[in-house]
Each structure stands twice: as C-alpha cells, then as structure tokens.
Design a protein around this ligand. Sequence first.
Ligand SMILES: Nc1nc2c(ncn2[C@@H]2O[C@H](COP(=O)(O)OP(=O)(O)OP(=O)(O)O)[C@@H](O)[C@H]2O)c(=O)[nH]1
Ligand SMILES: [Mg+2]
Ligand SMILES: [Zn+2]
Length: 378
Amino acid sequence: MARSKRKKTSKDGKKVRVPFRRNRGAKPRPNDWTEQAKQADDNEIDSQRSENIVSKGDMSRQRTIIVGDDAKKRENYQSGIVVAMRGLYADVHDGKRVIPCTIRRILRTMLIDERQAVVAGDRVHFSLHEKTEGVEYDGVIEEVQPRKGVLRRLSGRKLHTIVANVDQVIIVSSAGEPRPKPHLIDRYIVASLFGDITPVVCMNKIDLDIDNFAANLLDRFENLGYQTLRTSTITGQGIDDLRDLLHDKESGLAGQSGVGKSSLLNAVQPGLSLRVGEVGEQSEKGRHTTTTAELLKLDDGGFVVDTPGIRSFDVSPIPSGELEAYFVEFIDRVAGCKYPDCTHTHEIECAIKDAVTSGDIHPDRYESYVTLFEEAAR
Ligand SMILES: Nc1nc2c(ncn2[C@@H]2O[C@H](COP(=O)(O)OP(=O)(O)OP(=O)(O)O)[C@@H](O)[C@H]2O)c(=O)[nH]1
Ligand SMILES: [Mg+2]
Ligand SMILES: [Zn+2]
C-alpha cells in the first residue's frame, strides 16, 4: 500500500469503517469486515478485496469507529479455533482444552449482515478473563482471522456461513428417505466453488437405491469431473473411502436433514457418538437432529465439521455474469456463443443451449443455471 495514501490511525486503536445500519442509509450488503480490516494492515480500509460479492459502490455509506486494540493488549491474545457456537457463546479450542468465550461486541457490529459473527471453524484470537462468579465464559473473542474456504447461503436477506476454513465440502444426499434432489446438489456445488472449496458429491443410503436413480444421478456428477462417493452406513459400503478422503484435511459435511451426515461420521470414527435421527423421524417436517455445526477432530488427522441439515439453499449473491464459471461443462463452450456477453438464456446461436439440445449438457444442469441466473438478476 502506498504510504501517501495512508490515513492517520488513532493512538489507541485502529479505524475501521462499518456500514450504516439499514435504517440509516442505503441497504448495507454483506462483507467480511474482519478480513478486510486485517488485510488493510491497521489502516483505514480503502479497497474491497475479499469475497468480492458486492460492488464498490456499496462502500460509500459508512461510519468510522475506533476499535480499541493497542499492541499491548494484543500481546496477551491467545489463538484458538471455534469448535461450536452455543447461542451467544463460542467454544474455542486452544489446542489443549475448550474455553467458553463470549464475542466482543464490536465484532458483532462489524458483521451485522451476517446471521452470526463467528462460526465453527473460525480461527480466532481471544483474551482470557479472571473467573468470576455468575459469569458463564472464560474468554472473549477479540478477532476473527480471515476465512478461507467458506460455504455460505442466503437466509432471508442475511448471509449464513454454514462452515468456514475447510478445504472440501462433502455434499451428502441419500438414495431414499429423503430422495435425492439434483438441483439442490447443483446449488451446493456452485456455492462451494464460489467459496473456494472443492465439492465432493456423496450419495448415502445407497442400500435404498432399488431403481438405480441415485447411482445414475451420481454418474452425472462423476462425468463432470467431480469426486463422488457411494456410501451406506448399513452395509459399510464406501466408509473406508470417506475416511481416506477426510484424512489430514479440513472438511465440512453438508446436505438436507436426514440424509445421514452424522451417521456417516459415526461410521468413520465410532468414538464420535454423534446423535442421529430415529428411523422414520426425518420424514417429520422440521426435525433436525444436529442443531449446531460442530468441528470434530479425527483420530487419523484432520478436522471435520458436522452441520445441521438445511431445508432450502439460496445461493449467496454471485453476480449473474459470473455464474457460468461455476458450471464446469459451460466453461469451454461459451466461446462458441454468437454474442460475447451471451447469458445463455434468451439469445440465439447460443453454444450452451445447442449443447442442451444435442444432449451434451444435461437439461437439469441447464435448468439449475437458469434458476440461479434469474435469482442473481433479481
Ligand atoms: N438405510 C439407511 N439409513 C441410514 C443410512 N445412514 C443413515 N441412515 C438413517 O438416516 C437417519 C438420519 O440420519 P442422521 O445421521 O441423523 O442424518 P443427518 O444428515 O445427520 O440429519 P440432521 O442432523 O437432521 O441434518 C437415521 O435414522 C439413520 O439411521 C444408510 O446408509 N442407510
Ligand atoms: Mg446430523
Ligand atoms: Zn450462450
């Protein structure tokens, strides 16, 4: 950063700019302010660098606040990883033990457009507190480190980070109870790629795949080049493959409620003893067995985050023009469209639509693209 551009920082803290609240100005848009504050190297944020999901124009209406974090205080911060959020508290593992922490209010303010300021998998800096009676926490999270690999969705108008700091997401569906939803898998794939995460498509309950619907569906994703897994916690099929895949990596398991995410992790490592749904329970609407995302350490090395099932998955705002980049079979074909800015929706002589007609692109995939395109353009 050029020195001349630097703005003066206050003596006892750094200036950060945060968006006005909704009722005070233009509609604020989601940002990872903590990340930007760090990247801006203790100076006022002057560029939009991370998670470029908003246009620069959205930076205009901000207020400046001082975050009190002088160097002395920071020296006493400890590092840890958030293993679970419990209401307003976070369980932070420092490598030896779990420390219940509260979250510095300013962090919550900075991330006002997120449903939660801190999520499982976050690397944090926290300060320890004297244990006082009646206080339910031992530490205070002061800083959240920049996130890499985030799976996010829109929840109403807010961003919901499902999991942060993972290398891969195992997108779990089930062959039956519930039946697999091809478009939902596409949504998860797009959101994973957008969040810089490698998607893996896992079909669980393969023991229930009597008509081969699930196996055929999985072939589609395999042919696109995605890693796929066929698993059953009943027969044990594919469990070793899943264990190998998780080995020494940081992974998240995501997918609808009742597909068997927690069951799979119990099969991979029986000592985890995660709660799983009763047989038949998952068909009752609204029942979620896992209620909080939880980061689990694997004996073989690596971490995995078990997440609660999600009923609907609205992909976070990917600019409509960028969407084609997340449909792998579109990438090499778009050059064949007549118009360079072809959106592959209404245009003539569109190489994508031609490929759908000729059977080279699956109509379900194209439909997923169009649906996401329309959502993004709204
Ligand atoms: N037939 C069959 N049933 C399975 C399999 N894996 C899990 N189940 C059953 O599916 C049900 C739901 O399993 P869970 O592991 O709780 O599912 P989940 O994805 O963690 O659900 P949430 O925590 O609500 O998101 C349980 O009754 C399991 O016994 C499988 O491979 N085959
Ligand atoms: Mg579960
Ligand atoms: Zn086109």
